[in-house]
Write a protein that binds this ligand. Sequence first.
Ligand SMILES: Cc1cc2nc3c(=O)[nH]c(=O)nc-3n(C[C@H](O)[C@H](O)[C@H](O)COP(=O)(O)OP(=O)(O)OC[C@H]3O[C@@H](n4cnc5c(N)ncnc54)[C@H](O)[C@@H]3O)c2cc1C
Ligand code: SF4
Ligand code: SF4
Ligand code: SF4
Length: 703
Amino acid sequence: PGFLKGSIAKILPQYRTYLQLKKDVKKFSESDKRILDMKRISKKYDCVILGADEMWSASMQSIRYTPEHFGKDIVCPHFSYATSGVLFDTKNSDLVAKAKKDINSYYDFGVRDTYTKGVVKLLTGKEATQVLDPTLLNPYFIKNHGTKKATSEEYILLYGSEYSQAQQAYIKGVAKEHGYKIYSLGWPQEFSDKFLDPASADEFISCFAGASVCFPSTFHGTIFSILNHKPFLSMTNELRGRKVTMLLKDLELSYRIYEEGKTDYKEIDYSEVENLLAKKRKESLAYLTGALKKIEEDYICPKSSCSGCTACLNACPFGAIKMEFDGEGFKHPVVDKDKCKNCGLCKKICPANKSMDVICKEKTHDQIYAAFSRKNEDRVRSSSGGAFYAIAKKFIEDGGLVYGAAFDEKFKVRHIRVENAKELAKLRSSKYVQSDLGDSFAKVKADLETGKKVLFSGTPCQIAGLNAYITGAVNKVNKKLSDNLVTVDILCHGVPSPKVFADYLKAMAAKRGAKIKSVNFRNKSYGWNKQAMAISFDNGEKYIKRTESDPYYIMYFGSYMLRQSCNECKYASYKRCSDITLGDYWGVEKLKHKDMASTKKGVSLVIVGTEKGEKLFKSVVELKKIQGDKKSSYQPIFERGTKASPRRQEFFKDYAAHGYGYVAKKYGKLTPKQVVIKKIIAPVTRKLGIFDLAQKIFFVYKK
Ligand SMILES: Cc1cc2nc3c(=O)[nH]c(=O)nc-3n(C[C@H](O)[C@H](O)[C@H](O)COP(=O)(O)OP(=O)(O)OC[C@H]3O[C@@H](n4cnc5c(N)ncnc54)[C@H](O)[C@@H]3O)c2cc1C
Ligand code: SF4
Ligand code: SF4
Ligand code: SF4
C-alpha cells in the first residue's frame, strides 16, 4: 500500500499536467487524424503550411509513401516550411514519379537542409529556400531558459535512442571526472542514473536548461542544447545523423559531432552562433511572409488550378475581382484588396477548390450516341458530325438562346450570345484556343431571371464555373434558375494561350502581307480524322496544313502551351458536369452500322447525362442518331487528362524572351520521335486496324 500510495502521489500531478497539455494542444489542432483527412479539413483554410521532421521521407521498402504529405487532396493553397526529406529514396523511379505528380500543387518550398533542396529540385525542377527548423525560429527558449530546473543535481543529459559502446564509455568518463549524474530523456538508457519523464513542454525544456552538459544523438536534442546555450557533443555519425550533420555544418558547429578520441564538450562561445541564428531567422521569416503574400495574391484558388472560369468574378458582391492576363497570355482573377470585404464567397464558389464529386450532380442518364447532321453542309462545316449546330438550332427554334465560342472580327475567341439561327454559324466548329468568357455568365443569369431558356456551350471547366455561379452559393433563388439552363460541354484536350494564337495569326498575315479573312481549325479537305488548319487571306491566298505540318497544331498537341489547369485536368473523366457532352466518335467503325459506312465527313460523340439533355437531344430530328458505347467511342480522355510537356516552362520562358517566331522554330516542328509515331506508326496501325490497340499499349508503356 505504501508503494502504491507513493506511486499515485507521483503520477497524479504528472497526469494532471499531461491533461492540461492535451487541452492546450487541442486549442491549436482539431484532431490527430488531420493529415489523412486533408481533403475535408483543407477546405476550411486559406492556406496550409506543411512542415515536419522527415515528412517527405519514403522508401518503398521501409517507409510508407503518404500522398497527403506530398500535397495530394489539399484543396487550398499550400507550401512547405522547413520540411525534411532526408529519407526520401531518390533512386526509386516509381516513388519519384508518384511524388512528382502529387507535389506539383505546392506553391513554394521551404526546406530544412541541402539534401531536401536536392529532392525538391529532382521532383519539381524548382529551387527551394533553405530555412530554419521552427524550433530554431523563435528565440523563446533563450529568453526563458532556466525557468524551472528539473533537479538541483549536476547532471549530464542524454537525448537519443542509441549510444555506441565507445560513446557510453566517454559519457561515463565525463560523469566520473566531474561527479555528474547521467539522466536520460525521451529514451531510457540502461547506463543512465535516472529517466526523466516531463509531462509538459516547459518541463521538457527545463531538462535541457538544468543540465551541466548535453550529449544528444538526435536533431532536436542538438537544437535544444544549442537553444539553451549548453556545452554539448552530438553523439551521432554521418550515416545515422545526416540531419544533425547538416544542421551543425550550417551553424558552423561541425566540430561538435563526437568523434572517438578527437572531440571534447568544452564551453561554446554562443555569441557567434546567436549572430548566425539571428541572420537565418530573418531570412526564414522573410520566406514565410513572402510565401504567404504570394498566396494572398493568388487568393481565390491555387493559380495552377485556376481555369479562368470567371465564377468568382461574377459572384463577388462587391465587384472586387477583375480578370487580367498573365505572362503566358491566360486570364486570371485579381482581387482589389481595397474593395474586398473578405466575405469568402469567391473561394466558396470556385470549382478549382472542390473535387468533381462536389462540383457535379449525379448523372440521371448515361447514354452514348454516334450522331451526324443529315445536312451535308452543316456536317462538313462542323468539327465532328455537326451535333452541336443541330441541337443549338432546335433550341433556338423552340424559343431559346444559345451561348458559345466564336471568332470576333480580330479572330480573338470569345463567348457570345446568339438569338437566331443565322448567327449560330459563328459558334460552329472547334477553336483550339481559350475562349474569353467576358461577362457571359452575368448575361446568362439575366436571361434566366427574365424567364428565358438558355443553352450554354463550352469547356467542362467553363460549365462547372457557370453551374457554380448559377446554382451555387450566390443565393438560394438561383437554384430555380437552372431549370431553364441546358449545358453542353466538350471532351477537352486543353486550351492553348490566346496570346500565342494571336501571334501565330499575326505571323501568318505578316508573311503574306495580307489580312486574314477566315480561320478553320477543323478543315476536312483531307477527311475528318486528318484535320487541317485552314486560313484564307484577303489577297486570295489559302493556307491548308495538316496537324503534323502546322506549327500551331504541333505546339498544341506537343502540350507546350496549354493553360496550367489543363495539365492534369480534373474534368478528364467519364463523369460529366453537363446535360450533354460532345466529342469526336473516333471508333465509330467499330459500331459496324450501315449508316456509318462513310465517316469521312465526321461523326459526333454525344453523351447524354441528364433527363433535360435527353429530352432536347431526342427532339433534334435533323440528326442521325445511333446507339453507341463507351468502348467504341475510344476516348482516352475518360481515363486521363493531357499531360504538360516537360518543356512547357522552357517554352514559355523562350516565348517571353524571344517571341513567337523563335518558339515556332524551336517547338513548332515534329521531333524525330514524333515523326516516326505520326507519319509511320499511326498510319500503318490505322491501315492494319490496330491503331487503338497500339495506342493502348503505348499508354500502358508510358505509365
Ligand atoms: C479546345 C477544344 C479541345 C477539344 N478536345 C477534344 C478532344 O480531346 N477529344 C474530342 O473528342 N473532342 C474534343 N473537342 C471537341 C470537338 O473538337 C468538337 O467540338 C466536338 O466533337 C463537337 O463537334 P460538333 O461537330 O458536334 O460541333 P462543333 O460545331 O464542332 O462544336 C462547336 C462547339 O464547341 C464550342 N467551342 C468551340 N471552341 C471552343 C472553345 N475554344 N472554348 C469553348 N467552347 C468551344 C462551341 O461553343 C460549340 O458549342 C475539343 C474542342 C475544343 C474547342
Ligand atoms: S472561380 Fe474560376 S476564375 Fe475564379 S479562381 Fe476559381 S477557377 Fe479561377
Ligand atoms: S472575399 Fe468576397 S468581397 Fe473579397 S473578392 Fe471574394 S467575393 Fe469579393
Ligand atoms: S483541359 Fe480541363 S481545365 Fe483545360 S480547358 Fe479543358 S476542361 Fe478546362
